[in-house]
Every structure is written in C-alpha cells, then in structure tokens.
Design a protein around this ligand. Structure first.
Ligand code: COA
Length: 184
C-alpha cells in the first residue's frame, strides 16, 4: 500500500500491520474521507462507558459535520490514525488523533478510543506511541489530553509512555496529561 506523503511537512504516516495477542491483526493507517461510514459505525459500537471516557459526554453518534471533521483531515494540523481489523469485514476498531492548538501550534490535543472488544490487547498503547512518534517527527513540542481520573487504564498507558498527569483547572475529576516530546 502506498504511504501517504504529507505535503506540508514531508512527514510520512506509514501504514503498518500489527499482530495482536490471540491471533487477530490490524492495519494501522491514516484515516481518509472514504472511512466516514466505518468511523460512524465504530463510534456507534463503543459502549456508553467508552464513549463517556472518549468524549466526556454520552454521545451516540457523530453529527454529519463532526463526522466530516473526523475523516476529512489534513494530516498536518489534524492527524488521525485508525486501526482496521484484518478480519470482521475490515471494520475500524481504534482511532487515535491529535489536533494542533491554534494558540500554540507546536502543541496538540490528543484523543483515542479502542473498540471495547479490542481493548487490553496493547492496541491503545501502540497507537499512542505511533501518534507521539509522528508528532515528534512533525516538530511538535507536546501532546496533551484531558483524561477522567477514573480512567485508570488511560492514565497507566500514558504514564508508561512517559507522560505526566497534571491538575486540571476544570476540577479534580479530570487530569491534563502532558506528553513532553522534547524530553529524551
Ligand atoms: C484507554 C484505552 C485507549 C486503552 O487502550 P487499550 O488498547 O485497551 O490499552 P492497552 O491494551 O494498550 O493497555 C494500556 C495499559 O493499560 C493497562 N491496563 C489494562 N487494563 C487495565 C485496567 N483495567 N486498569 C488499569 N490498567 C490497565 C495495561 O497494563 C497497559 O499498560 P502497559 O502498556 O504499561 O502494559 C481504551 O481502553 C479505550 O478506548 N477506552 C475508552 C476510551 C478512552 O478512555 N479514551 C481515552 C480518553 S482520551
């Protein structure tokens, strides 16, 4: 499969096959507008708990506008990777993305979700690691994300990748997790 070359930065997002424990495998690749239907289906199959952790509200489906924003990305200011199952009719089973801050363009906010029946297989960790590596190559200084403090798995995952949770001005129920990409 061809790599997608990013015209603005020259930084490539290479599609990659990933074998998971239990014999399943996925293709990690940049999202495209052709993924709109699959992306909507992915969000629709997330449990209420996962949707709440991902969006911080119990959103059931993406509005047409949000769906376009999620799938028609420039892979520069908005970078989005999906994991596509190599079985199960090629459904999307994970989505990780970052959006550059308009105020501080060398920083970006990340978000990730893994389909409930594909969690705890290492997919979230690998996708976040790939996203962070891509952000570093693209010259970003930091990735940050707002994580509910009840979301132990995400906090463990991010700590394992070297990110630091910090207090959030919105309250004690949420942490701002900051990934310093300039650190060794
Ligand atoms: C959080 C999420 C992205 C993690 O993805 P995942 O594929 O399930 O995670 P992984 O299998 O890569 O495991 C990540 C880490 O969590 C740990 N972990 C797994 N289950 C855990 C649990 N129940 N409690 C605490 N830690 C747990 C693993 O040990 C692993 O740590 P390691 O990489 O240091 O070994 C995924 O569970 C998800 O999509 N949740 C709903 C949406 C969400 O929370 N998004 C994040 C908000 S931005």
């Amino acid at each position: 499969m061809d790599a997608l070359l990013q015209p603005q930065t020259g930084v490539e997002l290479q599609p990659e096959r990933l074998a998971l424990p239990g014999g399943r495998s996925v293709l990690l690749r940049p999202i495209t507008p052709a993924d709109a239907e699959a992306e909507q289906a992915f969000v629709g199959t997330l449990s209420l708990d996962s949707r709440h952790k991902r969006f911080h509200v119990g959103l059931r489906q993406l509005s047409p506008d949000l769906l376009r924003q999620f799938t028609d990305v420039d892979q520069h200011d908005h970078v989005a990777l999906v994991a596509q199952a190599e079985d199960e009719n090629g459904r999307i089973v994970a989505d990780a993305r970052y959006v550059r801050s308009a105020e501080h363009p060398d920083e970006a906010e990340f978000a990730i979700a893994v389909a409930d029946d594909w969690q705890s297989l290492g997919l979230g960790r690998t996708l976040m690691a790939r996203l962070a590596a891509h952000a570093r190559r693209a010259g970003l200084a930091a990735l940050y994300g707002d994580v509910l403090v009840q979301n132990r798995r995400m906090l463990v995952l991010m700590r394992g990748l070297g990110a630091t949770p910090r207090p959030h001005r919105q309250g004690a129920h949420i942490a701002r997790v900051v990934f310093d990409l300039r650190a060794d």
